[in-house]
Design a protein around this ligand. Structure first.
Ligand SMILES: [Zn+2]
Length: 328
């Protein structure tokens, strides 16, 4: 199974798909060609370097396992130039690498695939994938594009799924505000970790392991302020962890310089001498080597700590939301 196949490309319909749509009587709207081919509602679209075919149908776990086995066949995948595929409860999406002659491969695939779906008991057009019932004569139906895949569904089911999409999108918008709070939280957490680092560095303790604490506090800070659960979270925590490590290193050096200068000899030194001395030290190769080495060690452990903590929460990414467009 491939996650987020729909992400990262802008929907459009090129000339090859348009030509096929005309031949088969498919409609073109909202960047997709859609219609019924051999008993199944299909959706075709062009992306950057790919063509995507989706088929609407009711797929139980058992059927999904059988289809999965079919897609394990490397010869089958190669024959039709199938790059990725995704089997969901209400659709199968197949991504084809787009080179010369890809549309021919898709047309050939569409000549055999509906029969494969039928053999495996996938219910196609005429079956509502929203409520799981047949669309009996007398019931009105709509075609709705759900996350880029066209489905024919009961009119009342179309209303329900559109409402759910609206609610999810509203939640997503408020979630975006939480992203900013999460960034502040992660930064505060990692700076706090940086302070601990600075103190340890000043005291001359082995500091590398404190890096792990910075990563930990960054994540805690993100969550404490109610940061959004999304993929950006990982990047935010890693970046703030590095900022915390750099801050800790510089603060530790400042404390050490202060001890040597203004604290040791307040008559001849002032606080303003600290940054000056820091620059002097930075440009002195005798010291820079050990400073860089201590920073690299600490940053390594900080990132390692953040990575280990984040790996555990890898499953909490919830970027995917329901997006619907009523086609007809
Ligand atoms: Zn329905």
């Amino acid at each position: 199974m491939v996650e987020n196949i729909k992400k990262g490309f802008e929907n459009m319909v090129g000339s090859a798909i348009k030509k096929y749509a005309k031949e088969k009587g498919l409609k073109v709207a909202n960047g997709v060609a859609y219609g019924v081919v051999d008993g199944y509602m299909i959706t075709l679209t062009d992306g950057s370097g790919i063509k995507t075919l989706s088929v609407s149908g009711a797929i139980t776990d058992e059927i999904a396992a059988r289809l999965e086995a079919k897609f394990q066949d490397k010869k089958f995948l190669g024959q039709y130039r199938i790059g990725q595929y995704k089997i969901l409860r209400e659709s199968v999406t197949i991504v084809f690498a787009d080179t010369v002659g890809t549309m021919k491969k898709i047309i050939a695939f569409l000549e055999i695939f509906p029969a494969i779906l039928r053999e495996n008991g996938v219910l196609g057009d005429g079956f509502c994938t929203v409520c799981g019932n047949y669309i009996d004569a007398g019931f009105q139906s709509n075609v709705v594009l759900v996350n880029g895949v066209a489905h024919r569904v009961h009119t009342h089911c179309a209303t329900a799924v559109n409402q759910r999409s609206e609610v999810e999108n509203d939640i997503h918008k408020t979630e975006d505000k939480k992203l900013g709070r999460g960034i502040i939280g992660a930064l505060l957490g990692s700076l706090l970790g940086g302070v601990v680092w600075a103190v340890a560095y000043y005291m001359g303790w082995f500091i590398a392991l404190i890096g792990v604490l910075i990563g930990f506090l960054s994540k805690k800070g993100y969550e404490f302020l109610g940061g959004k659960v999304c993929k950006a979270k990982t990047a935010i925590i890693l970046v703030t962890t590095l900022i915390g490590a750099a801050f800790g290193q510089i603060a530790g050096d400042f404390a050490w310089i202060a001890q040597q200068t203004v604290l040791a000899d307040p008559v001849n030194y002032s606080i303003l001498d600290i940054p000056y001395n820091y620059i002097m030290i930075l440009t002195n190769p005798e010291f820079t080597g050990s400073m860089i080495w201590s920073f690299v060690q600490g940053a390594f452990f900080a990132l390692l700590g953040a990575y280990v903590i984040l790996k555990k929460s890898h499953t909490e990414n919830k970027d995917a939301i329901l997006n619907t467009i009523t086609l007809e």
